[in-house]
Each structure stands twice: as C-alpha cells, then as structure tokens.
Design a protein around this ligand. Structure first.
Ligand SMILES: *Cc1c(COP(=O)(O)O)cnc(C)c1O
Length: 390
C-alpha cells in the first residue's frame, strides 16, 4: 500500500478513520428512516457546535463558496447595502459574490497581517445604514483571525445582520451565535470539521428566516434557504437529492467534535497552534499575521533567508507532510500549514520532527534544534490551568 502523507494544508484536513468508515457505508435512500434520523441528528449537532438554540441549520451538497453565496442572497434585498470586512483572499471573494449578484456593498480592508480594527467598523456603521456586515473569521491566505466577538458587540447595537464566514474557524475557534448575536455562521465540511469536502454548511438566526420570508423572490433557487427549510425540518421531504454518504460522514464528524467537547476542542487547537509556532520561531521562521491576530487553525509562515519554497515543500512532502504554498502576492515567500480538525498529538509531533529533518536535508544554515513538542501531559496542564483561571 502506498504510504499516506499527512495533509496539513488549510483544508481539506486529515480525515479520522471513523469518518472514513461512515463515508463507506451503503448509500441509503435519502428518504429512508435511518438517513432521515441521521440528517436530523447532524443538523442538531451543528447547532450545538456554534452554540445556537433558536435558529435553523442547513447542510447541502456544495462547498464553502456556496454557503457564502447563500448567506448573502438570503439576507438582504437589492436596494439594501452590505458592508464587507476584509483581511484577505476570502473577503475579496465575498466582494466578488456581491458584485456577481449586483448587490450594493462597501468594503473595509485591514492592513496586511491584521484584521479590520473594531474602531473602524464602529465609525463606519454609525455613519451609514447597512442591512448586513459580513466578516471572514480566519482568512486562509493570510492566516489572520478577526476579532469576531468584538465586531458582534458593535453590530448588535444596530438592526444590521452579522454574517460570519467561519470556513476556516468553525469548530476549531469559538463562535457563540446566540450569546454574541451572530445571524449567520457559514462553513464547509473539509476544514475544522475534518470531513471530506462536499458540503455547504450554515446556521442562521430566526430573524434571517423572517427576513428571507419578507423578501418574496431572490436571485437564487438551489441557494434559496426557503427551498431547503422544509427539508431541514423534515428530511423525509424532497427538494434536491442530499449527498447521503457525505452527510453520514458529516454526522460522524459532529459526533467526534461533541465527544471531545467544544471547550476542549478550542483549547486543543490553541495548544497545537502554540506548539507549532514555538517550533517555527525557534527555527528562524516568522509569521504573516501580527499578534494578536494569529489564527489557531493555520499558520502562514515566512521563510527565513536560505530556504527556497519549491525545494522546501517538495522535501517536506518526501518526509511525509504536505503543506500549501502562498496565495497571490505571498507566492514563493510563505508556506501555509493547516493545523485544524481532528489532528492527534502524535500527528503534530510527526510533522514537527519531519520539519527539522527537512531543514537538515536541504542544508538550512540556521538553527536546527527546538524542544517544542506536543505531549499529552503538557496539554493536560494547560487545559486544567485554563479551567482554573475561569
Ligand atoms: C476555504 C475557505 C472558503 C471557500 O471554501 P470552498 O469550500 O473552497 O468553497 C471560504 N472562506 C474561507 C475563510 C475559507 O477558508
């Protein structure tokens, strides 16, 4: 059998054997009692993952971009205005979607390596009426994590809806929809959920459904939440065939998350990120995001002098670890390492050992030793400390 490489790109992420097993179960009728019950359970679990009690959850065949499109098309009417908070590639994608549908929008852009300052949002939203604000939680090109909770505190003072693109965050970094009054969290299966790609995932507040009902027609059919709502309430009904196997796998993914417990999961992501960053800093690398914007789900890492992108990534892959190159202006200058989903400590340690081995074999002139490792005991201490701190 061909040796499997450890996939540490910013999605898809490594898939746990339990999820692969669920994926390989027989394809059931999409209206069979077993599948109907499973989809209901997955939808209920999804709401728990984003701390939402009163809203509605949606899982449809597609990907994160479809979820972005669904979020925009279902929340505001043509003459209304959208504000996009952009710290990189996926903020730009939000703009492109808005433009494709002829929506009116403004953009607040962050400085490189930072997210949009809450003060900028505060100032803008007090000057102009917006039907919705859309923000990327973690931008996958820059590795910048935005202060979503602070944005939410500002936006809740207005009638404005708050849409969070959580594709690289949901399930790995906390998003408390009810408490923070977030209207939409949109995401996809293949990032922090650790499920193979193929699903667009959304949780929306009650007022989003009311708003959508008040709008009558929208320029969408498959992406119309009202066409899916009856199915999400009763999956024995039909609108468009659900991806049965993928959804069974998604259910298994949500079970793994809730078994771990969301607080533990967030703490683990944070600990893994800290360990990986310590290692990289020790070895002479630096990061695109500035403190405190470093995401717990991926690192966008600048090369020190003496390392060539292509050679580094090829050798890292030969040593068992696949990482991604930089996007846009960052191409050749950075690599991107995902560390989200169901990564075990031994997988993280394997990657860190493999990194040292890679640097040694490409003749890296810098320092080659770092003691940063991910061990269960070290993690337990941190987790217990966190609990005590509360
Ligand atoms: C990956 C990603 C997307 C796009 O998801 P696809 O499933 O590739 O369509 C959107 N937003 C963010 C923040 C992402 O990381």
């Amino acid at each position: 059998m061909k040796q499997e490489k450890l996939l540490l790109i910013p999605g898809p992420t490594p898939v746990h054997p339990r999820i692969l097993n669920a994926l390989s179960q027989p394809t059931l009728s999409h209206v069979s009692p077993v599948f109907v019950a499973e989809l209901k359970e997955a939808l209920a679990n999804l709401k728990k993952i984003v701390f939402n009690k009163r809203g509605e959850s949606f899982i449809v065949a597609g990907a994160g971009t479809l979820a972005m499109e669904m979020a925009l098309l279902n929340t505001f009417a043509k003459q209304e205005r959208l504000l996009i908070l952009s710290q990189g590639f996926f903020g730009q994608r939000m703009e492109k979607i808005a433009r494709s549908f002829g929506l009116d929008y403004d953009v607040l852009r962050s400085e490189q390596g930072k997210a949009v300052e809450p003060g900028m949002l505060d100032e803008r939203i007090s000057q102009r009426a917006y039907a919705a604000v859309a923000a990327t939680h973690v931008d996958t090109a820059t590795g910048v994590c935005a202060p979503i909770r602070e944005y939410a505190q500002i936006i809740r003072e207005y009638e404005t809806f708050f849409i969070v693109d959580g594709v690289c965050a949901t399930g790995g970094i906390e998003e408390r929809m009810d408490e923070w009054e977030v209207d939409i969290v949109l995401t996809a299966a293949q990032k922090c959920f650790g499920v193979p790609p193929g699903l667009a995932v959304l949780v929306v507040s009650e007022r989003v459904i009311k708003k959508r009902e008040s709008m009558k027609t929208i320029p969408a059919f498959y992406a119309d939440l009202l066409n899916w709502l009856p199915i999400m309430k009763d999956p024995s009904k039909y609108f468009s065939t659900p991806s049965v196997n993928e959804m069974r796998a998604f259910l298994e993914g949500t079970k793994i998350m809730l078994e771990e417990g969301m607080e533990n999961r967030f703490a683990r992501h944070s600990r893994v990120a800290q360990t990986i960053r310590t290692k990289l800093l020790d070895l002479g690398f630096s990061f695109v995001p500035e403190n405190p914007y470093l995401a717990d789900t991926l690192s966008v890492v600048r090369y020190p002098d003496g390392i060539e992108d292509g050679v580094f990534r090829k050798t890292f892959a030969e040593n068992g670890v696949i990482v991604a190159g930089g996007l846009g202006d960052f191409a050749g200058k950075v690599f991107r390492m995902g560390h989200m989903g169901n990564l075990s400590f031994s997988q993280v340690d394997f990657a860190l050992d493999s990194l040292e081995k890679t640097l040694a074999s490409i003749g890296y002139p810098g320092k080659l030793k770092s003691n940063a490792r991910m061990t269960e005991s070290k993690f337990e201490t941190v987790r217990n400390k966190r609990v005590k701190d509360k």
